[in-house]
Design a protein around this ligand. Structure first.
Ligand SMILES: CC(C)(COP(=O)(O)OP(=O)(O)OC[C@H]1O[C@@H](n2cnc3c(N)ncnc32)[C@H](O)[C@@H]1OP(=O)(O)O)[C@@H](O)C(=O)NCCC(=O)NCCS
Length: 152
Protein backbone atom coordinates (compact mmCIF):
# COMPACT_ATOMS: atom_id res chain seq x y z
CA UNK A 1 0.00 0.00 0.00
CA UNK A 2 1.24 3.51 -0.86
CA UNK A 3 1.96 5.75 2.17
CA UNK A 4 -0.67 8.43 2.95
CA UNK A 5 -0.02 11.83 1.43
CA UNK A 6 -0.85 15.10 3.09
CA UNK A 7 -1.98 17.96 0.94
CA UNK A 8 -4.38 20.86 1.03
CA UNK A 9 -6.48 22.37 -1.71
CA UNK A 10 -6.06 26.11 -2.22
CA UNK A 11 -6.55 28.83 -4.80
CA UNK A 12 -4.03 28.79 -7.67
CA UNK A 13 -1.60 31.72 -7.72
CA UNK A 14 0.62 33.10 -10.49
CA UNK A 15 3.65 31.42 -8.88
CA UNK A 16 2.04 27.99 -9.42
CA UNK A 17 1.74 28.37 -13.19
CA UNK A 18 5.11 26.82 -14.25
CA UNK A 19 4.50 23.58 -12.34
CA UNK A 20 0.78 23.48 -13.22
CA UNK A 21 1.76 23.86 -16.91
CA UNK A 22 4.28 21.04 -16.57
CA UNK A 23 1.57 18.72 -15.17
CA UNK A 24 -0.76 19.88 -17.95
CA UNK A 25 1.89 19.01 -20.59
CA UNK A 26 2.27 15.57 -18.99
CA UNK A 27 -1.50 15.06 -19.02
CA UNK A 28 -2.83 16.24 -22.39
CA UNK A 29 -1.72 15.97 -26.06
CA UNK A 30 -2.87 19.59 -26.69
CA UNK A 31 -2.00 21.27 -23.39
CA UNK A 32 -2.93 24.76 -22.27
CA UNK A 33 -0.01 27.20 -22.45
CA UNK A 34 1.30 29.16 -19.45
CA UNK A 35 -0.34 32.20 -21.05
CA UNK A 36 -3.76 30.49 -21.02
CA UNK A 37 -3.44 29.79 -17.28
CA UNK A 38 -2.24 33.35 -16.68
CA UNK A 39 -5.23 34.88 -18.46
CA UNK A 40 -7.68 32.56 -16.65
CA UNK A 41 -6.25 33.70 -13.29
CA UNK A 42 -7.29 37.23 -14.27
CA UNK A 43 -10.76 36.13 -15.37
CA UNK A 44 -13.31 36.88 -12.63
CA UNK A 45 -15.57 34.10 -13.98
CA UNK A 46 -12.89 31.42 -13.55
CA UNK A 47 -11.87 29.60 -10.38
CA UNK A 48 -8.61 27.61 -10.34
CA UNK A 49 -7.37 25.50 -7.42
CA UNK A 50 -4.28 23.38 -6.78
CA UNK A 51 -3.49 20.44 -4.51
CA UNK A 52 -0.44 21.50 -2.49
CA UNK A 53 1.62 18.80 -0.73
CA UNK A 54 3.91 20.75 1.59
CA UNK A 55 4.70 23.36 -1.05
CA UNK A 56 4.78 20.94 -4.00
CA UNK A 57 1.88 21.38 -6.41
CA UNK A 58 0.65 17.90 -7.41
CA UNK A 59 -2.66 18.69 -9.13
CA UNK A 60 -4.89 21.48 -10.40
CA UNK A 61 -8.42 22.14 -11.60
CA UNK A 62 -10.09 25.14 -13.29
CA UNK A 63 -13.80 25.84 -13.76
CA UNK A 64 -15.62 28.74 -15.38
CA UNK A 65 -18.95 30.02 -14.11
CA UNK A 66 -21.62 31.90 -16.03
CA UNK A 67 -24.86 32.70 -14.22
CA UNK A 68 -25.94 29.39 -12.61
CA UNK A 69 -23.85 27.11 -14.85
CA UNK A 70 -20.25 25.97 -14.54
CA UNK A 71 -17.91 24.27 -16.99
CA UNK A 72 -14.79 22.24 -16.21
CA UNK A 73 -11.94 23.84 -18.16
CA UNK A 74 -8.98 21.68 -17.26
CA UNK A 75 -8.05 19.19 -14.56
CA UNK A 76 -4.96 17.08 -13.96
CA UNK A 77 -2.86 15.30 -11.36
CA UNK A 78 0.90 14.82 -11.65
CA UNK A 79 1.53 11.29 -13.05
CA UNK A 80 3.61 10.44 -9.96
CA UNK A 81 0.68 11.19 -7.66
CA UNK A 82 -2.22 9.61 -9.51
CA UNK A 83 -4.57 6.95 -8.08
CA UNK A 84 -4.18 8.26 -4.54
CA UNK A 85 -7.40 10.22 -4.22
CA UNK A 86 -6.03 13.66 -5.18
CA UNK A 87 -8.24 14.09 -8.26
CA UNK A 88 -11.36 13.03 -6.35
CA UNK A 89 -10.57 15.45 -3.49
CA UNK A 90 -10.15 18.42 -5.84
CA UNK A 91 -13.39 17.57 -7.62
CA UNK A 92 -15.31 17.19 -4.32
CA UNK A 93 -13.84 20.53 -3.15
CA UNK A 94 -14.93 22.33 -6.30
CA UNK A 95 -18.42 20.76 -6.27
CA UNK A 96 -18.90 22.06 -2.72
CA UNK A 97 -17.65 25.50 -3.73
CA UNK A 98 -20.00 25.62 -6.73
CA UNK A 99 -22.94 24.43 -4.63
CA UNK A 100 -22.17 27.18 -2.11
CA UNK A 101 -22.20 29.73 -4.95
CA UNK A 102 -25.65 28.65 -6.11
CA UNK A 103 -24.44 26.96 -9.32
CA UNK A 104 -27.01 24.44 -10.58
CA UNK A 105 -25.02 22.33 -13.09
CA UNK A 106 -21.36 21.51 -13.76
CA UNK A 107 -20.70 20.41 -17.36
CA UNK A 108 -17.56 18.79 -18.76
CA UNK A 109 -16.21 17.04 -21.85
CA UNK A 110 -14.18 13.84 -21.67
CA UNK A 111 -12.65 11.47 -24.20
CA UNK A 112 -14.45 8.11 -24.39
CA UNK A 113 -10.98 6.49 -24.13
CA UNK A 114 -10.21 8.26 -20.84
CA UNK A 115 -11.34 5.52 -18.48
CA UNK A 116 -9.74 6.95 -15.29
CA UNK A 117 -11.57 10.27 -15.72
CA UNK A 118 -14.86 8.65 -16.81
CA UNK A 119 -14.86 6.36 -13.78
CA UNK A 120 -14.10 9.24 -11.45
CA UNK A 121 -16.91 11.39 -12.87
CA UNK A 122 -19.42 8.52 -12.83
CA UNK A 123 -18.55 7.70 -9.22
CA UNK A 124 -19.26 11.34 -8.33
CA UNK A 125 -22.73 11.23 -9.90
CA UNK A 126 -22.01 12.90 -13.25
CA UNK A 127 -24.29 11.56 -15.99
CA UNK A 128 -23.77 11.45 -19.74
CA UNK A 129 -25.84 14.08 -21.49
CA UNK A 130 -24.47 14.28 -25.05
CA UNK A 131 -21.73 13.64 -27.58
CA UNK A 132 -19.70 16.22 -29.50
CA UNK A 133 -18.52 14.58 -32.73
CA UNK A 134 -14.83 15.05 -33.57
CA UNK A 135 -14.37 17.47 -30.65
CA UNK A 136 -10.77 16.45 -29.86
CA UNK A 137 -7.70 16.35 -32.08
CA UNK A 138 -4.31 14.61 -31.60
CA UNK A 139 -5.79 11.99 -31.70
CA UNK A 140 -9.16 12.86 -33.20
CA UNK A 141 -11.95 11.65 -30.95
CA UNK A 142 -15.51 12.49 -30.00
CA UNK A 143 -16.24 14.04 -26.61
CA UNK A 144 -18.73 12.68 -24.13
CA UNK A 145 -20.54 15.59 -22.46
CA UNK A 146 -21.33 14.99 -18.80
CA UNK A 147 -23.25 16.97 -16.22
CA UNK A 148 -23.40 16.96 -12.45
CA UNK A 149 -26.67 18.42 -11.19
CA UNK A 150 -26.06 20.36 -7.97
CA UNK A 151 -29.59 21.77 -7.54
CA UNK A 152 -32.42 19.94 -9.34
C1 LIG B 1 -8.31 11.85 -14.26
C2 LIG B 1 -7.29 12.19 -13.15
C3 LIG B 1 -7.34 13.66 -12.86
C4 LIG B 1 -7.69 11.39 -11.89
O1 LIG B 1 -6.85 11.81 -10.83
P1 LIG B 1 -6.38 10.80 -9.68
O2 LIG B 1 -5.85 11.60 -8.56
O3 LIG B 1 -5.50 9.76 -10.25
O4 LIG B 1 -7.79 10.12 -9.28
P2 LIG B 1 -8.17 9.49 -7.87
O5 LIG B 1 -7.01 8.76 -7.29
O6 LIG B 1 -8.84 10.51 -7.03
O7 LIG B 1 -9.22 8.38 -8.35
C5 LIG B 1 -10.60 8.60 -8.24
C6 LIG B 1 -11.34 7.54 -9.05
O8 LIG B 1 -11.05 7.65 -10.43
C7 LIG B 1 -11.00 6.36 -11.02
N1 LIG B 1 -9.64 6.12 -11.50
C8 LIG B 1 -8.55 6.90 -11.28
N2 LIG B 1 -7.48 6.38 -11.95
C9 LIG B 1 -7.92 5.27 -12.57
C10 LIG B 1 -7.31 4.34 -13.44
N3 LIG B 1 -6.01 4.43 -13.79
N4 LIG B 1 -8.07 3.33 -13.94
C11 LIG B 1 -9.37 3.24 -13.62
N5 LIG B 1 -10.02 4.10 -12.81
C12 LIG B 1 -9.31 5.11 -12.29
C13 LIG B 1 -11.41 5.40 -9.95
O9 LIG B 1 -12.82 5.27 -9.99
C14 LIG B 1 -10.98 6.12 -8.71
O10 LIG B 1 -11.71 5.73 -7.57
P3 LIG B 1 -11.15 4.56 -6.60
O11 LIG B 1 -9.77 4.97 -6.22
O12 LIG B 1 -12.12 4.56 -5.49
O13 LIG B 1 -11.16 3.32 -7.45
C15 LIG B 1 -5.85 11.73 -13.56
O14 LIG B 1 -5.90 10.39 -14.03
C16 LIG B 1 -5.23 12.62 -14.64
O15 LIG B 1 -4.60 13.63 -14.33
N6 LIG B 1 -5.38 12.22 -15.91
C17 LIG B 1 -4.82 13.00 -17.04
C18 LIG B 1 -5.60 14.28 -17.25
C19 LIG B 1 -7.07 14.02 -17.47
O16 LIG B 1 -7.47 13.05 -18.11
N7 LIG B 1 -7.91 14.93 -16.93
C20 LIG B 1 -9.35 14.85 -17.08
C21 LIG B 1 -9.76 15.36 -18.41
S1 LIG B 1 -11.51 15.24 -18.70
Amino acid sequence: MKPAIHYRIRKMGAGDIPIVSEIERNSFPSPWSELSFRSELHNPLTECVVADAGGEVIGYLCVSMVLDEAHLLTFGVSPLWRKRGVGRSMMVYILEMLRGSGIRNLFLEVRPSNQPALRLYESLGFRRTGLRRGYYSFPKEDAIVMVKVLYP
